[in-house]
Design a protein around this ligand. Sequence first.
Ligand SMILES: [Zn+2]
Ligand SMILES: [Zn+2]
Length: 66
Amino acid sequence: MESSNGDHIQCKVCGVALSCAYSLKRHMQLHGDSTYECDFPECGKTFKCKKSLQRHTRSHTGGPKV
Ligand SMILES: [Zn+2]
Ligand SMILES: [Zn+2]
């Protein structure tokens, strides 16, 4: 089950323990699911396709700039 009791977070894929959510995010990239991650570190959303990420990123940057 989810065990985020402060100290360690476990990777659901390989079971390794990471020290924080940010480490887990970095680690998940090793598993290479070809997801696109939001450039804003405090956001950290991931998307299956680049277009979705681009659209999402605009919500950070304040609106469409076409
Ligand atoms: Zn892993
Ligand atoms: Zn974002």
